[in-house]
Ligand binder design. Structure first.
Ligand code: AMP
Length: 292
């Protein structure tokens, strides 16, 4: 496995490889990332992975400094997943000593959902992924649908800017109990983790209601909200008083067209149900697509 830290080293290692499938990550690798890497192996002769906590996609009050960076464990995981090339640059290597702002934006896709709550986030994502694409020059790139909007934005960028890269979205990888895997799950205490399970449970319950015939998204969204934030009376009666003390706040619960990300009131086409919520201090996102 080639381990590279500079752009020239990455380029020259890449030049020795044939078709490359690329998995960009911020490290703190878990089974979700590894599943993407294994899938990448089925798409091309070689697999490249970047490990880079990208400062330009974090807001000033977000967790850039405390984001986990277990680089030795990450490299071992890449090796065990059969990765051929790792690119692990520093921010200075990526942006130089005096970074100049670069703006790639697709407002139709970046404004809703995460865009409303994390201003500038997708500009940072587009900037870094465009740079990584130019450095690694992959034939295919694999992204997780856990970050569904990110995949839509990057697919839009690739289409609109004519990157010759096949974009592949991979289904969300979950823990056995349903929690979507995330590097941020390690911030959760045991009780917070149990409370966080209500996010996937809410989505699965809404999907069950849809299967039973409910098409009005207002009803599905109400179900989700009630599971995330049970009415006070219900919590008082239940045996979840310990968990009830863990603060949960909803950034959004939304139903949008799975392609355009515009709001949907009645489900007639594939529809994304998406949640962003804070459990304690940890912000988590999850989603499912339901298809009539
Ligand atoms: P990150 O390191 O969080 O930037 O994620 C790197 C890539 O892994 C992105 O394409 C994510 O969507 C993907 N990813 C993260 N968690 C999961 C998961 N639980 N299932 C599938 N893909 C994931």
């Amino acid at each position: 496995m080639h381990i590279t830290h500079t752009i020239p080293d990455c380029r020259s290692a890449r030049a020795s490889l044939g078709r490359v499938a690329f998995v960009p990550t911020m490290g703190a690798l878990h089974e979700g990332h590894l599943t993407l890497m294994r899938h990448a192996k089925s798409l091309a002769d070689h697999v490249a992975v970047s490990i880079f906590v990208n400062p330009t996609q974090f807001g000033p009050k977000e967790d850039f400094n405390k984001y986990p960076r277990p680089i030795e464990a990450d490299l071992a995981r890449c090796e065990s997943a059969g990765v051929d090339l790792v690119f692990n640059p520093t921010p200075a290597e990526m942006y130089g000593q005096q970074p100049m702002p670069v703006v790639i934006d697709l407002p139709q896709l970046t404004d809703p959902l995460e865009g409303r709550h994390r201003p500038g986030h997708f500009r940072g994502v587009c900037q870094v992924v465009a740079k990584l694409f130019n450095i690694v020059q992959p034939n295919a790139a694999i992204f997780g649908l856990k970050d569904y909007q990110q995949f839509c934005v990057l697919r839009g960028m690739v289409e609109q800017l004519n990157f010759p890269i096949e974009m592949v979205g991979h289904p969300t990888v979950r823990e056995p109990d349903g929690l979507a895997m995330s590097s941020r799950n390690q911030y959760l205490s045991t009780d917070e983790r149990r409370r966080a399970l209500s996010i996937s449970r809410a989505l699965f319950t809404a999907r069950d209601q849809f299967t039973e015939g409910i098409r009005q998204t207002q009803r599905l969204l109400a179900t989700i909200q009630n599971i995330l934030l049970p009415p006070a009376a219900a919590t008082a009666l239940g045996n979840s008083s310990e968990l009830g003390r863990i603060p949960v706040s909803i950034d959004y619960v939304a139903s949008v067209d799975a392609r355009t990300l515009q709001p949907v009131e009645r489900i007639e086409k594939p529809t994304l149900l998406a949640i962003a919520a804070r459990v304690g201090a940890t912000r988590l996102i999850d989603n499912i697509v339901i298809t009539p």
